[in-house]
Design a protein around this ligand. Structure first.
Ligand SMILES: O=C(CO)[C@H](O)COP(=O)(O)O
Length: 216
């Protein structure tokens, strides 16, 4: 089901050189759940797949921006559609999104990731900072701001971050496009030494949540 209101999704066939990342849309169904309004609600009862897991092939990427990131978002959306490793693009409807603030957009996109509707999210605002801060409020989501190749690589390989936030006011468009192209080629290795540290972050998140519940 297409995300309601804000988000539209597009499936696309991977290009000839895409193996082993060719999409397998039919089994299991990857586009489940529906999304409502600025504060989106995940109606998926069962995750299509674990957050950040890419075993099903080509990446499904949600992309969003506030007004300050709109120009880059348009260009990067085109790049995503054309990229051989991207199997689907979910983008906020430009009309409504241009009025949306970065916390709303980031939270909504991060929810798409957390619920398994998207593998990753690409967010653009003026600095990339607020988007990452807001996206990190969604449990299970790891969002970073990164404006150089090493950080983009480490975001995936070391931190298993599913969300990349860029600042339209910080880097030039061509660097942003290059970084996104690089970002799409990286896959987290769950057998790597980084995995235990990412698990530790998840455990901390659970502990914090229990602590807060105890206080409530
Ligand atoms: O960069 C932003 C948030 O980190 C955003 O694009 C601009 O922030 P605002 O001026 O507070 O809306």
């Amino acid at each position: 089901m297409a995300p309601g209101g804000w988000w539209t999704s597009t499936r696309q066939a991977a290009g000839p050189g895409s193996k082993p990342h060719s999409p397998t849309w039919a089994s299991p169904p990857l586009w489940r759940g529906s999304w409502v309004g600025p504060s989106l609600r995940c109606e998926t009862t069962e995750r299509s797949k674990p957050v950040g897991d890419t075993e099903y092939g080509a990446l499904r990427v949600a992309i969003g921006s506030d007004r300050a990131g709109d120009t880059y978002k348009s260009v990067l959306t085109g790049d995503l559609h054309a990229h051989r490793l991207v199997g689907g693009v979910i983008e906020g409807s430009p009309g409504q999104q241009s009025a949306a603030t970065y916390p709303e957009v980031a939270f909504a996109a991060a929810q798409l990731v957390a619920c398994g509707e998207a593998d990753r999210a690409l967010l653009v605002c003026h600095t990339g900072l607020g988007m990452a801060v807001a996206a990190n409020k969604v449990p299970g989501v790891r969002a970073v701001t990164a404006h150089d190749s090493l950080s983009v690589q480490a975001a995936v390989l070391s931190n298993n971050a599913q969300v990349l936030a860029l600042g339209q006011g910080v880097i030039g468009l061509q660097l942003a496009r290059r970084l996104v192209a690089e970002w799409l080629t990286y896959r987290f290795d769950s057998t790597s030494s980084a995995a235990k540290k990412v698990e530790a972050i998840t455990a901390l998140e659970r502990r914090a949540s229990h602590y807060m519940q105890g206080r409530g």
